[in-house]
Design a protein around this ligand. Structure first.
Ligand SMILES: [Zn+2]
Ligand SMILES: [Zn+2]
Length: 287
């Protein structure tokens, strides 16, 4: 398991590798553009070369690119659709240039409309973005299930993948906070195993591609997405240890997207804490 954190790419993507190294991360996740503005960011050849150099000599072995939250692949508004498609395509192209493990995407929101129609629209946008890019996988993230967000269940994730054409570049990113908030009990090894059996049955083990470890400020089934620091929320230390030691997660990149002690994101101490909890979980499983 490649444990790491979401970090800022301010100053260029190579700087994100430096921030990963400072934190003792084996995986990092970045936004590839300003999360609050429709302004796709293309990396220059020099930035790409600097990034690849920095990563090659570092303990960071996986890069995830998180598509920004402005996107809504399920929108029925033509302007929003065009912006979303352009931005998602740019993220996938950036991912290919930087050699990313995957782009991670929240599948979209039906708002108050029909979910089936929203899934069909989201699938179409994703299909077009994949067609306009090369190589980089796209992982659909499970969501906490607030409002009309798609991806609250494995069935919905599977339906979006289907609607997008079932390309082999499509996978899923599982977020521990979102799983709990969407009503999935994952705090014991047996409970998590049962949830993953369902995931594997609906989307396939081969599509299980990346992980977010966040504790949850809100309880099981709350449908509210509020991240807590590792071990300090409803998952707790034991729940986090279970997630970190799940056998089917071996080898996958896992990044923290926690508020951090100073609300400036995950720290080196928190990543070290996650490693400690993983060891604790592995020991308990050998029990
Ligand atoms: Zn997440
Ligand atoms: Zn979240």
């Amino acid at each position: 398991m490649l444990i790491g954190a979401h970090v800022s790419p301010a100053g260029g993507p190579a700087k994100a590798i430096a921030r990963g190294i400072e934190r003792g991360a084996n995986a990092i996740q970045i936004f590839n553009q300003n999360p609050r503005a429709w302004k796709p960011r293309d990396y220059s050849d020099e930035e790409v070369a600097q990034f690849r150099d920095a990563m090659a000599g570092s303990p960071v072995d996986a890069l995830l690119i998180h598509a920004v939250y402005l996107l809504n692949c399920a929108t029925d508004d033509p302007e929003m659709r065009a912006n979303t498609l352009r931005s998602l395509t740019a993220s996938l192209q950036a991912g290919a240039a930087l050699g990313a493990h995957a782009v991670v995407l929240h599948p979209g929101s039906a708002k108050t409309g029909d979910v089936g129609a929203a899934i069909a629209r989201a699938g179409e946008v994703i299909r077009e973005a994949l067609a306009q890019s090369d190589g980089c996988p796209l992982h659909l993230e499970n969501t906490a299930g607030s409002g009309g967000t798609l991806g609250r269940s494995f069935g919905e994730l599977a339906a979006v993948i289907d609607a997008a054409g079932g390309d082999t570049r499509l996978g899923v990113c599982l977020d521990s906070c979102h799983l709990l908030a969407s009503g999935q009990e994952i705090r014991t090894a047996d409970a998590l195993a049962a949830v993953l059996d369902d995931c594997v049955a609906q989307v396939g083990l081969e599509r299980l591609g990346s992980l977010h470890l966040n504790d949850s400020q809100t309880p099981l089934g709350s449908n509210v997405d509020r991240h807590a620091n590792v071990g300090e929320g409803e998952l707790g230390q034991d729940g986090c240890a279970v997630f970190l030691s799940e056998p089917r997660f071996e080898g996958l990149p896992l990044v923290l997207e926690t508020p951090g002690v100073n609300h400036s994101g995950p720290t080196a101490e928190e990543i070290l804490w996650a490693r400690t909890l993983r060891e604790r979980g592995l020991t308990a499983r050998r029990g």
